[in-house]
Design a protein around this ligand. Structure first.
Ligand code: NDP
Length: 446
């Protein structure tokens, strides 16, 4: 960091949020790339734009008491970070995972502000969740937890104020329970208060597929514009086996690629013939089983304990789609040694700063999460539009709009990178393009 204003804002934010390493990491990566645009706009410093940009507008924490199947009362902590509402109501998912804390919530809310700006839809940035671990919990326990969580959250959200959705550990089932409890409390069917809803009660077709498909649409643009090629015949490694990973795999295969490895938090499977996605869907979406069960079901495939080993699998394209900081410098070196040609982030901040630097130095095209995985929130925005118009579009119509949005995001990232003298640097491009709109809106609103 060279600019004194940027340095000061970063140092103050670190001091104000002690020990919050994920939040510091996200702040540093974004602020570093905004230096030239900050220098072009002295009014940003005068109006305190960066100071406001790095400080959540509101951060709510609350107790979530719930009763387990043995009758014991348990308590978790709930969060909602309402980060920035300059360009629209707060919008961002809910994560249920034991690693959820204030740092993870702030990093995700901050990134979401830029991501939502890139979509061109009117959505501000937010994020929420709980340190609740849904693994191994019965359906009744999940339902009681969701109902208790919403019993507090409902007073902070609404179709025009803050619209949550799913994220890690929060899928269609959880969104259903959350929506049912919201409806019970407020006594009205406000479809626009949550996205990722089931199709029978106001969900959008293609929302389930949107993040994964969108990653492949963005990757296709990178392949075309930066490497003059496409997915056909490419070998792909995808970490994770949740919502994002499964539909990224589905679209990569549809576009002609062979996906040879997928993982979960215990380990990864390697299938040289190409992963059989129907088996993964049956295991992970229906049975909520472990990925290790893929190997006995598919002859010729192998299971390896330890999820990081996946980066040692030879591939042309790597799509990390599991969680933050899952691909470190060592993993990046292994991918390079095996001839990887392109890396695109599917999860939020899955690559450590060392990994990003390794790819940058090697000149490997690198797609940042806030641009590449914006397809999910884009279709959430389309779900809000359909709810407010009280109609629903076909799968093809939503998918066509999603493709248009992802192409638009890629073009905006390329143009912004060019504008600040970093042609082809999509990390800088995404940060600058996302920030400019938020900054202009903050300036205009005083
Ligand atoms: P899910 O809960 O559906 O799936 C997460 C997957 O990642 C699971 O397979 C999980 O395995 C696996 N996983 C967790 N930690 C690790 C690890 N250390 N190594 C390997 N695998 C791991 O979540 P989503 O697919 O919805 O989200 C994945 C990422 O994408 C997150 O970063 C999320 O913020 C981001 N994202 C999601 C969007 C969405 O629309 N859902 C939108 C934009 C971003 P296990 O079963 O063992 O826990």
């Amino acid at each position: 960091m060279k600019n004194s204003y940027v340095q000061r804002v970063y140092a103050e934010a670190v001091a104000r949020n002690p020990g919050e390493s994920e939040f510091h990491q996200a702040l540093r990566e974004v602020l570093e790339s905004l230096e030239s645009i900050i220098e072009q706009h002295p009014e940003y410093e005068r109006e305190g734009i960066l100071e406001r940009f790095v400080e959540p507008e509101r951060m709510i924490t609350f107790q979530v008491p719930w009763t387990d199947d043995s009758g014991k009362l348990r308590v978790n902590r709930g969060f909602r970070v309402q980060f920035n509402s300059a360009i629209g109501p707060y919008k961002g998912g809910l994560r249920f995972h034991p690693t959820v804390n204030a740092s993870v919530m702030k990093f995700l809310g901050f990134e979401q502000t830029l991501k939502n700006s890139l979509t061109t839809l009117p959505m501000g940035g937010g994020k929420g969740g709980s340190d609740f671990d849904p693994h191994g919990r019965s359906d009744g326990e999940i339902k009681r937890f969701c109902q208790s969580f919403m019993t507090e959250l409902y007073r902070h959200i609404g179709p025009n104020t803050d619209v949550p959705a799913g994220d890690i550990g929060v899928g269609a089932r959880e969104v259903g329970y959350l929506f049912g409890q919201y409806k019970r409390i407020v006594g009205a069917f406000e479809g626009g208060v949550l996205t990722g809803k089931g199709i029978p009660y106001g969900g959008s077709l293609a929302r389930t597929e949107a993040t994964g498909y969108g990653i492949c649409y963005y990757t296709s643009e990178m392949l075309r514009a930066l490497l003059n090629t496409d997915f056909v015949g490419k070998t792909v490694v995808i970490s994770g086996s949740g919502n994002v990973a499964i539909f990224a795999a589905e679209k990569a295969m549809a576009l002609g690629a062979r996906v040879v490895a997928m993982s979960d938090s215990n380990g990864y499977v390697y299938d040289p013939e190409g992963i059989k996605l129907d088996v993964v869907k049956e295991l992970k979406l229906k049975k909520r089983a472990r990925i290790r069960e893929y190997a006995p079901a598919v002859p010729g495939s192998e299971y390896h304990e330890g999820c990081k080993g996946i980066w040692g699998v030879k591939c042309d394209i790597a799509l990390p789609c599991a969680t933050q900081n899952e691909l470190d410098g060592e993993g990046a070196e292994k991918l390079l040694a095996n001839g990887v040609k392109l890396v695109c982030e599917g999860a939020n901040m899955p690559c450590t700063p060392e990994a990003v630097e390794t790819f940058r130095k090697a000149g490997i095209p690198f797609g940042p999460a806030k641009a590449a995985n914006a397809g999910g929130v884009s279709v959430s925005g389309l779900e809000m539009s359909q709810n407010s118009q009280r109609l629903s579009w076909s799968f093809e119509e939503v998918d066509a709009r999603l493709q248009g949005i992802m192409k638009g995001i890629f073009a905006a990232c390329m143009a912004a990178a060019e504008e600040v003298g970093k042609p082809g640097d999509l990390v800088v491009g995404a940060n600058v393009a996302g920030f400019k709109k938020v900054a202009e809106a903050m300036l205009a609103q005083g």
